[in-house]
Design a protein. Structure first.
Length: 367
């Protein structure tokens, strides 16, 4: 018997693109059986971006069903009757209109957990508005700096609304499953990508709501990115701690500044940052790293994606796995950053071809 934490949990995923696939990938890594239910002929639209699709859908199965066809909808219901969780990512009301919404599915499986991921949630004035990650970030306040300046800025390259919603969806699956197993009754969970952004900004929005805005929470001169003498970039992350600032000043040869307290540093932030930058550029990054580590100063390299994959700490933490392919080749994948005692997560198989498991899954039932 497997010692995977989620062994025996079956999930049907009708979620496409990014949030749902990432959430179910994490759950698959912990031992859940994840069966993607895809539209025949095209499947998940992310299949047209093969590297993305392969990264988020390893270790899963693929069943091709057209829920608009009554016979295939009936087969889907048969699957749902033997399933613990359904995760879907369509616009609100779409699956219900097809006869595959929560109310219909709970009739065939009263213990079913049903998680819906959408841009703005199942209610509210934006419920039916089209959108993608950037729009949800804008509504949720993540681009507040641009709003305050009244000027458009750089578009974030990391889809934080998608990632945040995926993590909340994974939490929803786990918590609702515990509830269903305790009570014998399934649960419906509404996960909104814009809500996810709002929640991630709790530490900023709550003070704002109470009339005590944080403003520039970290106004420290030694909290930022600097250029070293070899052209490489380094992060310094002295947030507000005097006990980091003092040894930092000693290392960079500015002992007279060591007595400055947080408010004093913030008041002189620009001048101090300019001085720090002028010092940091005099040595190579590795040289600074040795000095900062010895003194206990928080710092780190600014890695490219390629450098991250080769970083000795990333390697030592075992985040990379090589997966053998049927054709004799291999793919490198990342495993989730949860380390269990007695269990090591690892992708079991590459992302499936569209409908590769239709006959096997529909023919055998659960097992």
């Amino acid at each position: 018997m497997s010692n995977a934490p989620l062994e025996g949990l079956r999930i049907l995923s009708l979620a496409e693109q990014f949030p749902g696939p990432y959430a179910t990938m994490l759950l698959s890594d912990m031992g859940a059986e994840v069966i993607m239910v895809e539209r025949p002929g095209m499947g998940d639209p992310a299949r047209q971006f093969a590297p993305l699709f392969k990264a988020l859908n390893r270790g899963k199965k693929s069943v091709a069903l057209d829920l608009k066809v009554p016979q295939e909808l009936a087969r889907f219901r048969e699957l749902a009757a033997e399933t613990d969780v359904i995760v879907e990512g369509f616009r609100p009301g779409k699956l219900a209109a097809l006869g595959a919404g929560f109310e219909e599915m709970r009739k065939v499986n009263p213990r079913l957990v049903y998680v819906s991921i959408s841009g703005y949630g199942q209610d509210g004035p934006y419920r039916d508005r089209a959108g993608h990650d950037l729009s949800y970030e804008g509504v949720g306040g993540l681009l507040a700096g641009q709003a305050n300046a009244g000027l458009p800025g750089e578009v974030p390259r990391v889809p934080l609304a998608d990632i945040g919603a995926a993590l909340f969806a994974a939490i929803a699956v786990l918590s609702a499953t515990i509830s269903a197993r305790r009570t014998g009754r399934g649960r419906y969970v509404d996960v909104s990508m814009s809500d996810a952004v709002v929640s991630m900004l709790t530490a900023f929005l709550v003070p704002e709501a109470n009339g005590t805005p944080l403003g520039n929470f970290i106004a420290e001169p030694a909290y930022g990115v600097f250029t070293c003498g070899d052209g490489k970039l380094i992060t310094l992350s002295i947030a507000h701690e005097d006990w980091f600032w003092r040894p930092f000043c000693e290392v960079i040869g500015r002992p007279k500044l060591a007595g400055l307290k947080g408010r004093d540093r913030a008041a002189r932030k620009d001048a101090l940052r300019e001085d720090i930058a002028a010092v940091i550029v005099t040595r190579a990054r590795d040289a600074w790293g040795l000095l900062f580590d010895k003194a206990g100063v928080p710092w780190g390299p600014v890695n490219s994606l390629t450098e991250t994959l080769a970083d000795p700490h990333v390697r030592a933490r075992g985040l990379l796995r090589t997966l053998a392919l049927p054709d004799g080749g291999s793919e490198t994948h990342l495993v989730q950053p949860l380390k269990f005692d007695g269990f090591e997560s690892s992708p079991s198989s590459p992302a499936p071809e569209l409908g590769a498991d239709t006959d096997g899954v529909l023919g055998r039932g659960r097992g």
